[in-house]
Ligand binder design. Structure first.
Ligand code: ZN
Length: 338
């Protein structure tokens, strides 16, 4: 880790600077907040990412949202201790370089930390967006006070972060938690990673919509058909939950089957990591028990009994606020450890 300041200087800065910035960089939105050093939110700001315009524009937009926060709060750069940014995709959190991000075109080996440090003279740290969510839920959400936690985010795709014995795990290449590519079928749906049968191709917004669509195209009757005027691209994960609540058999079966696949993944996670708590977050988790009921049944039947009895499966408490908060926590932890 390259730091901007020496150890003694850092101590002084640590005492003087009172605020933290947390940023959640998503494919659609940049969400940012200023926090006090106790993580109380002072202000927040949200703007579109415009990821298609490439890395330089995206970095400038993040900078713009930071400046917007300064003007809302009358806080200036010299009062900020550090910035944490959650970035999707592969990255090196030690050097602050984002290597590749699947939903960001023209985005390769972006020196995120260096860029912000040169513009603002504020120490800036990046980590994977899912891990930032994990820090948020661990400190202030569903994982509070626990030492063994797995967070699974069910969004467009599927990601996870892992805490074992009070430590967030990274692994040789920082890719621990890529359970979206856990192989569930010997042959199955093709995945962007080059393999097939990966968990994320089934248990995610994309996976659920594909399962539903396959059933409808096989001729199964669903109320959703009337809602979309025959245009399958209009189906959303929310519609599936709505149809489920109306007793629609296709939606019920889709969430049941998806929940079962999720259940088998949870069995593997429980047997492998022995967590006290698995937190399910991300937009798809809003389906709640419609999805989790069948997952819990599989866990009940298939996971190692002692491990299973020690593990609760819950939905996230902080929702999409956890990533922004977690980014601030992550950055402050690094500065505090120096
Ligand atoms: Zn894969």
């Amino acid at each position: 880790m390259q730091l901007l300041y020496g150890k003694k200087e850092m101590k002084e800065i640590f005492n003087m600077r009172k605020y933290l910035i947390g940023i959640d960089l998503g494919g659609t939105n940049i969400k940012s907040s200023i926090f006090t050093s106790n993580f109380e939110k002072v202000a927040e700001y949200r703007m579109s990412t415009q990821a298609e315009k490439g890395s330089e524009i995206v970095l400038l937009r993040i900078l713009e949202s930071i400046q917007e926060l300064f003007s809302i709060t009358n806080i200036n750069a010299s009062e900020i201790l550090c910035i944490g940014i959650g970035v999707p995709g592969l990255l090196d959190n030690k050097t602050g370089i984002s290597k590749f991000s699947p939903n960001f075109p023209k985005w390769e080996n972006v020196h995120v930390s260096e860029w912000f440090e040169s513009k603002l003279r504020i120490p800036t740290f990046i980590d994977n967006d899912v891990r930032m969510n994990l820090y948020g839920e661990w400190y202030f959400g569903a994982g509070k006070g626990k030492r063994n936690v797995v967070l699974i985010t069910l969004g467009t795709g599927l990601g996870s972060g892992v805490i074992v014995d009070g430590k967030v795990l990274y692994g040789a290449t920082g890719s621990i938690g890529e359970i979206g590519h856990m192989n569930m079928y010997r042959s199955g749906r093709e995945c962007r990673c080059g393999s097939s049968g990966c968990l994320g191709r089934y248990v995610s917004a994309i996976g659920i919509l594909r399962t539903l669509r396959e059933k409808m195209q096989d001729g199964e009757q669903s109320v959703i058909y009337d809602w979309i005027n025959g245009d399958y691209n209009k189906i959303t994960a929310k519609m599936v939950s709505e149809a489920f609540d109306k007793g629609d058999a296709v939606a019920i079966n889709t969430l049941h089957e998806t929940g079962e696949v999720l259940g088998y993944a949870l069995v593997n996670i429980i047997n492998l990591y022995n967590p006290e708590c698995i937190i399910i977050g991300g937009g798809v988790s809003l389906a709640g028990e419609r999805l989790l009921k069948s997952a819990r049944e599989i866990v009940e039947r298939k996971a190692l009994q002692i491990s299973k009895n020690a593990c609760e499966i819950v939905t996230s408490l902080l929702g999409d606020a956890s990533g922004i908060l977690g980014a601030a926590i992550y950055a402050k932890n690094i500065i505090g450890d120096e």
